[in-house]
Design a binder for this molecule. Structure first.
Ligand code: F0G
Length: 489
C-alpha cells in the first residue's frame, strides 16, 4: 500500500506552517552577482536563449542542475586531503570500493568518469541493432547511448506519470501491463534489459515505489530478463519510499538502498548527482556481467582503479556515499523543493506536483498557453525567467528532444522549466526571491513569446544550440520590469 503523506521537515515549528529547516551551517561561501536587467538581456541574447551557454558571472542563482553542484560536507573536503595518488592500486580507490560494496552489496565494481560513461559501457556491451529497451522514462544521455548502439526505447510509465497536477506519490512507476505487452510483442530475445531510473529525472524527479520495483522484478524473473538500475538519484528515491510508502517508515536508508540494489542485476550511477562533484560507478553481483563490461573501462575511462576520476574525487565520493545513508543530508533538497512547490502551486502557477527530487518543474505549456509547442515554450520561459531575475533554470521540453527521420521536431510529452535545488546550496530567502520573480512573470506572461533556431546541432542540440526570440518580446518584458521595479536589480 502506498500513501502520500505531506513531506515535512524533520523539525516542526510552533507558530508557522512547515518550513524546511537547514540542519547544517554554512562555512564556505561564494560571492554571487546580480547584474542589471540590460546586462542580463545582452547575456541571454548572446547565449541564444540557451541557459547552458550562460556564464555564472552573469547568473545570480544557478538552478541549471544539481549535477556536480551539491554542496560538499566538511568530511568530504577533509577526505580529499588524504587522497592516495597512484595510477594503479590506489588506497583511495580501495576505500571507495569498500563503500560501494557496503551500500549496494554488489561484489564487482567498475569506476567511470561520469554517468553517461557508464551508459556508454552498458549500452556498448548489451545493446545491439534491433534491441528493445523498456524503461520507466528516458534520460537524454541514456537515450542517445542506447540509440547509437541500434536500440529502441519503450517508455512504459503509468497514466499518472505525465499529469502535471497529481498527488500520486510514485509517478515514476512502471506500468506492469505495458511491460508484459512490450515483452510479448518484441520477444524476450530482443530485450537485453529493463531499465529503471530512480527519481525519474525528466518527468519531474518522480520516484517509483518498492512495491512497483518488486512487481517489475517478478516479470523480469519470469522471462529471464535482467534489470539495470540508474541509481543517480537513488538517495532521494529511497527517502521518498521511507516518507511515502507504507511499511518503510521505520526502515533505515541503508536498508531501503540495499533492498533496491538487490532487485537489480546491474546498478550504475552518476556520482555528480549521488554523492560528490564527479565520477560514476557500475556495479553488479555477477562475475559474468562484470567480465563482459570490464575491458571497456581501460579503453574509454582509465585504469580499473580510477576510471577517469582524480583520487581526490574518489575520496569525496566514498564519503558522499556514506552520507547518502543519512536522511538528514538527503532531506535537504526534497524538503526545499516540497516547500517551493506548495508555495508556487498555491499562487496558481502551474508546477509539477507532488514535489520530487532534484528540482521544481514549472509547466511551461500551462504558464504560456499562447506560445505554441513548436515555438519552444519551456525554452522561452527559461529565457524570460533569467532576464527578469538572473535565475538560470533548464529547458526540459522539445528543445531537449530530437528531430525525426523527416526532420520534423518530435514534440516532447511535457514542456518543463526545471529549477534545480542542489543540496544545501541555497537559502530560504533565495527561494522566496525565486517565488516572487516567478509570480511577477506569471502575472506578465502575456508579454512572453516563442523562440526559433539560430544554430541547431544534430546531436544533443540542447547543450550547444542557439535560438532567437520571435519578435521583440524580451525588450517589452524588460520595459515592463523597469516600470514595475524601477532601479531594482
Ligand atoms: N542518469 C540520470 C538519471 C541523470 O540525471 C544523469 C545526469 C545521467 C544519467 C548522466 O550522468 O551527467 O554524470 O554523465 N543528469 C544531469 C542533470 C546532467 O542535469 O539532470 P552524467
Amino acid at each position: 500500500m502506498e500513501s502520500n503523506k505531506k513531506q515535512t521537515a524533520m523539525v516542526k515549528f510552533y507558530n508557522r506552517e512547515d518550513l524546511p529547516l537547514e540542519l547544517h551551517k554554512v562555512r564556505v561561501v561564494q560571492k554571487l552577482f546580480l547584474k542589471p536587467i540590460e546586462e542580463r538581456l545582452q547575456a541571454i541574447e548572446e547565449a541564444g536563449y540557451n541557459t547552458f551557454l550562460l556564464s555564472t558571472k552573469d547568473t545570480f542563482l544557478d538552478m541549471l542542475t544539481d549535477s556536480g553542484c551539491n554542496a560538499m560536507s566538511d568530511r568530504q573536503t577533509a577526505a580529499m586531503m588524504l587522497a592516495d595518488d597512484a595510477y594503479a592500486g590506489s588506497q583511495s580507490y580501495e576505500r571507495l570500493e569498500k563503500r560501494v560494496k557496503a551500500l549496494f552489496a554488489k561484489e564487482y565494481i567498475l569506476p567511470v568518469h561520469q554517468g553517461r560513461a557508464a551508459e556508454n559501457i552498458i549500452s556498448q556491451t548489451f545493446v545491439s541493432e534491433g534491441d528493445q529497451i523498456p524503461m520507466n522514462y528516458h534520460f537524454t544521455t541514456t537515450k542517445a547511448h542506447i540509440e547509437i548502439n541500434g536500440g529502441t526505447l519503450h517508455e512504459i510509465y503509468t497514466d499518472e506519470a505525465l499529469k502535471i497536477k497529481s498527488d500520486h506519490p510514485f509517478k515514476g512507476n512502471i506500468d506492469i501491463q505495458k511491460l508484459e505487452r512490450v515483452i510479448a510483442e518484441y520477444g524476450v530475445e530482443n530485450i537485453p534489459f529493463i531499465r529503471l531510473e530512480a527519481s525519474t529525472n525528466l518527468i519531474g524527479g518522480q520516484p517509483f515505489s518498492m512495491e512497483n520495483m518488486r512487481q517489475v522484478k517478478a516479470v523480469a524473473d519470469r522471462h529471464g530478463i535482467m534489470i539495470v538500475l540508474d541509481a543517480s538519484l537513488i538517495g532521494e528515491n529511497a527517502y521518498f519510499i521511507k516518507q511515502r510508502e507504507s511499511g518503510y517508515e521505520n526502515s533505515t536508508m541503508g536498508q531501503i538502498l540495499l533492498e533496491m540494489a538487490d532487485i537489480a542485476d546491474i546498478v550504475y550511477f552518476s556520482a555528480r548527482k549521488l554523492s560528490s562533484s564527479r565520477g560514476g560507478i557500475i556495479c553488479t553481483g555477477s562475475e559474468e556481467l562484470y567480465d563482459k563490461m570490464r575491458d571497456l573501462v581501460p579503453l574509454f575511462e582509465g585504469f580499473l582503479t580510477y576510471g577517469g576520476m582524480s583520487v581526490r574525487e574518489i575520496e569525496a565520493m566514498a564519503v558522499g556515499l556514506e552520507e547518502t545513508l543519512d536522511d538528514q543530508m538527503i532531506n535537504q533538497s526534497p524538503s526545499f523543493i516540497d516547500y517551493f512547490v506548495r508555495r508556487v502551486d498555491a499562487l496558481g502557477i502551474p508546477v509539477v506536483t507532488p514535489g520530487g527530487a532534484l528540482g521544481a518543474h514549472i509547466d511551461a505549456m500551462g504558464f504560456l498557453p499562447h506560445v505554441p509547442q513548436e515555438d519552444y515554450p519551456a525554452g522561452a520561459l527559461a529565457g524570460a525567467l533569467f532576464l527578469i531575475s538572473g535565475i538560470r533554470g533548464m529547458e526540459r521540453g522539445t528543445i531537449s528532444s530530437v528531430r525525426d527521420a523527416e526532420g520534423k521536431d518530435v514534440l516532447a510529452d511535457v514542456e518543463l522549466l526545471r529549477l534545480a535545488f542542489p543540496r544545501r546550496v541555497f537559502t530560504l530567502s533565495q527561494l522566496e526571491y525565486t517565488i516572487d520573480r516567478l509570480k511577477w512573470l506569471f502575472d506578465n506572461r502575456d508579454l512572453v513569446g516563442g523562440l526559433v533556431w539560430r544554430d541547431e546541432p544534430k546531436v544533443l542540440r540542447f547543450f550547444l544550440g542557439r535560438l532567437d526570440a520571435k519578435g521583440d518580446w524580451p525588450i517589452r518584458l524588460m520595459e515592463k520590469f523597469r516600470k514595475d521595479f524601477g532601479d531594482s536589480l
